[in-house]
Design a protein around this ligand. Structure first.
Ligand SMILES: [Zn+2]
Length: 258
């Protein structure tokens, strides 16, 4: 493991990410929720997922190392490249989220995810991240392993930081009937949910990315596990339709410049 020179802020928090690759997943973040945001690192590329639900995204990410594919990545000369456009991706072994909904899901793929049982679900980014990252730093994993940071703020109900989506409960109570055809959700309400996801995305990009940037010199991929319908085909949510809104996600591939 190489050493990274600490700045004063790192000394204060005591955190250096030694892993050379970081994968940040913003759960449910559809592509257009990440476009046009005021963030430090520009527009994402659009990418396609194979799945519209977290469970099967886990299999894509962690069993077969298949990340969302940039839509413009046309050149697939080999099956391997088609299967996984990021070469040498190893199975990630760390999992951080502050989104409790992910954990009941784990039971469906328990054999695969036993790896994660040792690690804590965190409520606070920095201190929770620090525990996991400190553990990662202790292990000699080599440079091609990914540290996975999986964030749930972009997932319904779109709570982020200190922000609570007060409209969520009333909205959620109507979703089942809406998805069966009832006109019980207005366009304005749907737009409000879209804006909540955009704000949550912006929150993650501005806070977590900056944190990672300050504390590592890693190659970073930021993407989502699947998208979200926000009224397309008269559907709300994900795992409930085959519309591209549920399969189109943002992706950024960045190297931290030191
Ligand atoms: Zn998901």
């Amino acid at each position: 493991m190489g050493t990274i020179k600490k700045n004063s802020k790192e000394q204060e928090i005591g955190l250096v990410v030694r892993m050379k690759r970081i994968l940040i997943v913003m759960d449910s973040c559809r592509y257009d929720s990440a476009v046009g945001l005021d963030t430090p690192f520009g527009e994402p590329d659009p990418a396609h997922t194979d799945t519209n639900h977290t469970i099967t995204a886990f299999i894509d990410f962690f069993c077969v190392n298949k990340l969302p594919r940039p839509i413009d990545d046309y050149i697939n000369p080999t099956f391997l490249r088609e299967f996984n456009y990021i070469e040498n991706l190893k199975t990630p072994v760390y999992f951080i989220s502050d989104n409790p909904h992910l954990h009941p899901v784990n039971t469906h793929v328990k054999g695969m995810l036993n790896l994660f049982n040792e690690y804590k679900v965190t409520n606070k980014y920095f201190h929770g991240c620090k525990e996991i990252i400190d553990m990662a730093n202790e292990l000699d994993l080599g440079d091609d392993y990914y540290l996975v940071l999986w964030f749930g703020e972009t997932h319904q109900p779109y709570h982020y930081g200190d922000h609570v989506n007060l409209k969520w409960k009333s909205f959620a109570n109507r979703v089942v009937k809406y998805n069966r055809g009832a006109d019980n959700i207005t366009d304005k309400e749907m737009d409000e949910m879209h804006n909540k996801q955009r704000e949550a995305c912006k929150f993650i990009l501005n806070n977590v990315w900056k944190f990672v940037e300050e504390h590592s010199d890693a190659e970073v991929i930021i993407t989502a596990d699947h998208g979200e319908s926000l009224g397309e085909n008269h559907r709300y949510g994900h795992g409930c339709d085959v519309h591209p809104a549920q399969f189109t996600v943002p992706i950024w591939h960045r190297k931290v410049n030191k």
